[in-house]
Each structure stands twice: as C-alpha cells, then as structure tokens.
Design a protein around this ligand. Structure first.
Ligand code: MV4
Length: 448
C-alpha cells in the first residue's frame, strides 16, 4: 500500500479523498491555490503545498506544479478527484513517466472514452446497445444521406464533446446544413476539433448510469445504476439509486454486458457507463466517465462500500475484496447537490458564509468543505455540499431528504436548497415520472 498520496483537487472531493486516506493509514499531501489557503483540505492534510494563483490553469490544472509538489513531498500516488486533471490522458501519462501512480484508469482507456464517437463504436462492437448513428461525417451530403436513413429528428454531436456543447437537434433535412455548420463551429471552438457525428434523437429520455470497479487482475464488478435524469443545462441536480425504471432483470442484463465490454478493453479502477433510456426502457450507451463522480455517494449508501478506498486499493494492485460479479443493493439513496447560486437566475453566488448548520441523524450524510465564516471563491465550481440520504425505500428516502433540507442552514450566500425543496415536493417526482425535461417546469423562461 502507498505510504503517501497527493490529492490534486479542492473542495468536498479533496476532503472525501482525505477521509479514505486517513482510514487506510496513508499520509496525505494537499495542494491549493492562493485563495484556498484556509480550506479544510489544507487544514486536515498532513502536508500542503501552494501550487499557484486563483486561476485553475495556473494552479489545479498546473501539471508541472502538481508533479513537483508530489516529488518534493515524496508522495507515491496522485488522486485527481473529479474535474480538473481527472480525465486528462496526458496527465495520467506524465504521472507514470515520473513513477507516480495515477489513481484511475490507464491513459489509453481515458483517451478512448474521451473520443465519444470512438467510444460509442467500440462499445457497440463489444455488445452494448447504441442508438442508430454514424461515424464522423465528412460532408453535408453525407450527413443528409445518413440522416435520411436514421430518420428525423437526429442529433449532431461533437466527437470530442461532453457537457452539451457542440450538440444540435435537427428536425428535418432543410434545417440540417445550418445546424451542422454551427455544431462544427462550436465543436472547433470548444474542443479544438470540428469532428461531429449523427445519432437518432430521443426527445424525453432518462439518464441512467452504471457504476463499475475493476482491479488489475482482470476482475470487473458493477455496483448497480444511478438515476441522474434531473439536470439543468447539462448539470446534474439530484441523483438517486436504484432507478425506479431498472428492475433486477434489466440490471443483471445491462450490468453483465458492461462488465464484459470493460473486461475486453482491460479497464481498471472506477468508472461510470452512461445510458439514455427511451420510453420503452431500452438503454443505449451514451458515453463513459473514467473518474470517480460527484454522485458516487448514492452508490456507497446502497452498497455499503467505500468507493474511494477501493480506488486506492486497486491502484495499489490489491484484488477487489468483493465476491461475485454484482453486489447486493439495500434500500434507496438520494443526493441533492447544494450549489452556491442565485435561486432565480441560477447564476453563481460567491461570498462569505455567515451562518452554517448541516443536518444529521439517521441515514443522513453531508459531504462538504464549507463551514461558518468560510469564503466561497468565485473562481471554481459552485458545488458547496452534497446532501445524501438513505432510507429503507424511496418513500422514506424522500421524507428523510425533505426534513434534512429543512434543517440545512446556509446564510450569507444563496443556494439551490429551495429548488431541491420544490423538486422533492413535486407529485410527478414523487411518482418517479420525469425525464430530462423535468426542471423546465420550475423555470419561468422554460430554460430547463
Ligand atoms: C442525446 C439526447 C437525445 N438523443 N442523444 C446531453 C449531454 C451529452 N452527454 C448527451 N446528451 C444528450 N444526448 C440523443 N441521441 C439528449 C441528451 C440530453 C441529455 C442527456 C442526459 C441528461 C440530460 C440531458 C439534457 C439535454 C439533452
């Protein structure tokens, strides 16, 4: 096992990784930007190194500064958390070159899944269902011909994409030339590649993802699914596990296919395989995330596992301490992402937290790096806390979340707590009836 790990992140996920290291008896190195000097991840780490000014490109994305910090402190491994350098294959390679263990998948796996079209093609070859679609389209004529075959509406997607950028819905042939061009331009501007492909468009899907873990001895297990359909502008707002739309048979079928596909590519460490579900409960592979995700805690609540400890253990070469291909799921978990944002405009709300109280009690978990008098800087992600509850079933989890939200106090800045209260009170949400369009009902301008 590693003696010392550097945590290349900030906020709640840096603290989350610290918790796992402490429980495994591993010493920790925090890195921080200048405005993060008084952050809890700095306070609770054994050592801390300032890696640059506020701007991420000069601090949390500064590969040279992070590798130097690891070398100076004698860390043997780096945990990247999520965001920042977590899915950068070059960073994973640099770690290897510097004889530091990158706690995550091999660089080849990160690179494959970063190319959405290549990933889609590979996973289809390996047995996962995908939507009808194309390879990268070379010309307008080729796109028109392919779209005719697929049938409108189709979606134009950036091959290097993610986060909804470089995506366009095309309803008919006359719209295609202009939308193809704008998607290509946006893809070029956002990702430095204008490559796009087409896919059959699903109008009101659900977003369902499978959590997987793989060790270095060829073992791959899945830990069930998460329902992540409640999103706004391609940001997840609330997640739960299990999904009301996935029963034991579908879970076993798709989970089994996911395991086979990931064994075939020699996948290692934690990962998430995303699917779109249509109204007939078909699951179509969308993309794979090669990192620990924000919402991993809901899977931890229903499996009783510590995913970050397991990431560290498998990265150190240990075998997965899990019997069989799947693990039993117990009860129901829900996570609300508490963000520092204006309740009406959803714009980020930075500043000093003047009053702070987190709920507790049976079945409640709060992951946060915020505290009373702490300052939320404007430079980074607006997530300030994850409120996660577990109950014996979905009804109890909803009741528990509603009382926990009521007992969560954040003063001095605006948060998304009122939005969560509205979602949890909604009869359609309570009945499990929703799609990716759900949050539009709470936005006066219809921008979900
Ligand atoms: C789609 C789709 C409908 N049909 N693909 C959004 C982000 C990117 N990862 C993929 N996304 C979508 N791809 C086809 N063929 C609808 C979305 C989508 C979406 C997906 C999951 C959760 C929320 C969403 C919100 C808008 C669009």
């Amino acid at each position: 096992m590693f003696g010392k790990i550097l945590i290349a992140n900030r906020g709640e996920i840096a603290l989350r990784v610290l918790c796992a290291c402490k429980e495994l008896g591993i010493r920790t190195v925090a890195v921080y930007s200048e405005p993060d000097r008084y952050s809890l991840h700095v306070r609770f780490a054994d050592e801390a190194v300032c890696i640059g000014p506020a701007r991420s490109s000069e601090s949390y994305l500064n590969v040279a500064a992070i590798i130097s910090a690891a070398e100076i402190t004698g860390a043997e491994a780096i945990h990247p958390g999520y965001g920042f350098l977590a899915e950068n294959p070059k960073f994973a390679e640099v770690c290897e070159t510097c004889r530091l263990t990158f706690i995550g998948p091999r660089p080849e796996s990160i690179r494959l899944m970063g190319d959405k079209n290549a990933a889609r093609k590979r996973m289809a070859e390996l047995g996962l269902q995908v939507l009808p679609g194309t390879e990268v389209v070379k010309s307008e004529a080729e796109a028109l011909k392919a779209a005719e075959q697929i049938g409108y509406p189709v979606m134009v997607k950036a091959a290097a994409g993610g986060g909804g950028r470089g995506m366009r819905i095309v309803g008919s042939a006359d719209e295609l030339p202009a939308l193809l061009q704008t998607a290509q331009n946006e893809a070029e501007a956002s990702f430095g590649s204008s490559d796009v492909y087409l896919e059959k468009y699903i109008a009101s899907p659900r977003h369902i993802e499978f959590q997987v873990l793989a060790d270095e001895h060829g073992r791959v297990v899945h830990l069930g699914e998460r329902e992540c359909t409640i999103q706004r502008r391609h940001q997840k707002v609330l997640e739960e596990s299990p999904s009301t739309q996935v029963g034991p048979d579908l879970r076993r079928e798709v989970g089994g296919k996911v395991i086979q596909a990931l064994k075939a590519i020699g996948y290692r460490n934690a990962g998430t395989v995303e699917f779109l579900m249509d109204e007939n409960r078909n699951l179509y592979f969308l993309e794979m995330n090669t990192r620990i995700q924000v919402e991993h805690a809901v899977t931890e609540m229903v499996t009783g596992l510590d995913l970050v400890k397991l990431q560290i253990q498998v990265a150190a070469g240990e075998a997965l301490p899990i019997e069989g291909d799947t693990i039993g799921l117990r009860g129901h978990a829900i996570e609300c992402r508490i963000c520092a944002e204006d309740a009406e405009s959803f714009t980020p709300s930075a500043g000093k937290i003047t009053g702070f109280h987190v709920p507790g009690g049976t079945g409640v978990r709060v992951d946060t790096a915020a505290y009373a008098e702490s300052v939320i800087p404007p430079y980074y992600d607006s997530l300030i806390a994850k409120l996660v509850v577990h109950g014996k079933d979905r009804t109890e989890a909803i009741q528990r979340m509603r009382r926990a939200l009521e007992m969560f106090i954040v003063e001095g800045i605006s948060t998304s707590i009122p939005l969560h209260e509205k979602i949890l009170a909604d009869p359609d949400f309570q009945a499990g009836k929703f799609s990716t369009q759900f949050l539009r009902r709470f936005s006066p301008n219809g921008v979900g």
